[in-house]
Design a protein around this ligand. Sequence first.
Ligand SMILES: Nc1ncnc2c1ncn2[C@@H]1O[C@H](COP(=O)(O)OP(=O)(O)OP(=O)(O)O)[C@@H](O)[C@H]1O
Ligand SMILES: [Mg+2]
Length: 266
Amino acid sequence: MTLQARNISVKLGRRRVLAGVDFSASAGRVTAIVGPNGSGKTTLLRSITGEVAHQGEVRLNGADVANLQPWQLAAIRAVQPQSSSIAFPFNVLEIVRLGLSAGLSAADSSVPMKALQAVGLNRFAGRMYQGLSGGEQQRVQLARVITQVWEPVVDGIPRWLILDEPVASLDIGHQFTVMDLARDYAARGGGVVAVMHDLNLTAMFADYVVLMETGQIATTGSPAEVLTDETLARTYGCAVPVNTTPPAQIPFLLPQARVNMTRHSA
Ligand SMILES: Nc1ncnc2c1ncn2[C@@H]1O[C@H](COP(=O)(O)OP(=O)(O)OP(=O)(O)O)[C@@H](O)[C@H]1O
Ligand SMILES: [Mg+2]
């Protein structure tokens, strides 16, 4: 089962933000979308989820999403936006429970607490959302999203987590919590598509990487295929020498500072 976007083009105002993008992700894998600021990653996700008007076709598990009702989509995919603001004074559990009402009506009411546990926030259930730190709020949002599609496969049909920078505000320990959660979801048959900026985490956790550049896909493949010195230097405009960790040969990057090194020896 796949998530496929064909020939996606988006204009925002007078700007062409995506130009003929073909994108594909498979259930059972973690697919990372990487690329510089403004390259179109969020716009691609928002096209896939139907939040932005686009040309081209998106198929989820074989069905054209244009033919699915919002409740049908909500039952098979959950979306964590790049940023979420909550205007009302909800507590943490109330926000996570919103995921329950968006997903399958027969969902298990114990799921929100399990989801909070999965992101390390089970003791935060009664806290007010506005009183949390940025990283805590981000984890609450992820708990809401995984509540919506808690079981990765229902009646043999995979469900999808679509995450826009899920670890952007998180400390390194919670980055691992969230990426482990994504891997586990994929290992149990679900699909995961995540926009990422941390290329080392991407190399460690993604099965498949889509590198975007100025509204197009620059290259796709395994982390080792995509994350190369040449490709990263060309795309990001800075030197990022890539090595590999034995024995798994996972790429790792050591960014080279562009600052004057004498600063450090002063
Ligand atoms: N409403 C809008 N009107 C006009 N241009 C927009 C609008 N929203 C986004 N853009 C432009 O579209 C391009 C792609 O934006 P997008 O948010 O998809 O980038 P991104 O790859 O997610 O970047 P980041 O890493 O900063 O999140 C950017 O150049 C941005 O300035
Ligand atoms: Mg973005």
